[in-house]
Design a protein around this ligand. Structure first.
Ligand SMILES: [Zn+2]
Length: 187
């Protein structure tokens, strides 16, 4: 499932489609949420301690769509890609949030309760460099991935998303096929 909120880079959407296709995903559902904005795009909204890319109550909204889809398909599991770096920053990836959300979904849907729907985040104990190492060991096609916040054909290697990507590959000791040896130049 990919969410098209306001301002998401079209390159990120294209990357999501390419990766889903490579992975043999049967149905890659694109959810259009043009009214949902990042903090940077909301005038006067600068919540302390949160990045400009923060989206208010993002996971309450995303998981509601995922649960609706799970009900429709009779699925027993929703898998999220959150990692340990996310849990340091965002309250809506905490274990407490997911336990409460799962309970709310069971209370709100007899189908989800019957199917014993579980929400799981298999990467939640890994920091981003460890996710890169795991991805490398699984043969993830890094060349299809997208981390830049700019909408362009190539990564800018300057924005927060790009710099974090460079640092994580460097820390993981893996050469990013998109960045080559750019990671050697950052401090
Ligand atoms: Zn960038």
């Amino acid at each position: 499932m990919t969410f098209e909120y306001m301002g998401i880079a079209s390159s990120e959407l294209a990357a999501a489609k390419a990766i889903a296709s490579r992975a043999g995903v049967i149905e890659h559902r694109m959810v259009r949420l043009p009214d949902l904005k990042e903090a940077a795009d909301i005038p006067g909204f600068r919540p302390p301690g949160l990045p400009a890319t923060y989206i208010p109550l993002r996971n309450s909204i995303f998981y509601a769509f995922a649960a609706s889809y799970a009900e429709e398909k009779g699925a027993g599991c929703i898998v999220g890609g959150h990692n340990k770096d996310d849990t340091d920053v965002f309250a809506d990836v905490s274990p407490e949030f997911f336990i409460s959300l799962q309970r709310a979904l069971w209370n709100g849907s007899r189908i989800l309760r019957k199917n014993r729907l579980k929400i799981t985040s298999p990467l939640k104990r890994l920091r981003k460099p460890a996710v890169v190492r795991l991805a490398a060991s699984l043969g993830v096609p890094f060349e299809l991935t997208w981390s830049c916040h700019q909408d362009s054909e190539k990564h800018c290697w300057k924005c927060d998303g790009c710099v974090t990507r460079l640092r994580c590959f460097r820390e993981a000791g893996i050469v990013d096929p998109l960045a080559g040896l750019k990671w050697e130049k950052i401090t």
